[in-house]
Design a protein. Structure first.
Length: 179
């Protein structure tokens, strides 16, 4: 498999097939990260295109030491921060949730939905530094890549991850006590 960095260099030389390959690799995880961060599916779609456009425009020399994947998520993180800053304060942020597969019974479906809502609410109540860790990890980034994206030492990422898991467990525990 060709490295991301090599594909990126080929893109800079005009190779659209290399772009298609990189896009196929990162469209899903990056889109999931953007939806979770922006809480708006259409806005996340726009952001996804903007982030990949940035990947086309940036020379390989500007990639950070963490590699293409970490750099791409860092671009996405910064892009979402800019979008959040530009939103009006009174605008309600809504999240379009993908429908989960239907469980066997209506009761199972209700329980699953309530648990999902409880988890989403718990994530929204997290301090932003911990919510960011949740979104990046949910997008499939390693601890090392998260440290690169957040420009934070690896130990700090691990500490934030530990704190985030602890807080989410405490917050969601009443919903899982009966299971």
């Amino acid at each position: 498999m060709e490295s991301d960095e090599h594909l990126h260099a080929r893109i800079r030389e005009g190779d659209l097939a290399a772009f298609d390959t990189l896009y196929a690799r990162y469209e899903g995880p990056l889109f999931g990260f953007l939806v979770a961060t922006l809480r708006d599916r259409p806005e996340a779609e726009d952001a996804l295109h903007d982030v990949f456009l940035r990947a086309l425009e940036t020379p390989p020399a500007h990639l950070s030491g963490g590699g293409f994947r970490a750099w791409l998520f860092r671009v996405a993180k910064n892009h979402t921060l800019n979008r959040w800053r530009s939103r009006s304060r009174g605008a309600a942020a809504t999240r379009n949730l993908e429908a989960a597969p239907l469980p066997a019974t209506a009761l199972d479906q209700l329980v699953r939905r309530e648990l999902h809502v409880a988890l989403e609410g718990a994530v929204e109540r997290l301090p932003e530094t911990l919510a960011e860790v949740y979104r990046l990890r949910s997008s499939g980034l390693s601890y090392e890549e998260m440290a690169e994206v957040l420009d934070t030492p690896l130990g700090t990422v691990k500490s934030r991850m530990h704190e985030m898991v602890k807080l989410l467990r405490e917050d969601v525990e009443p919903w899982t006590a009966g299971e």
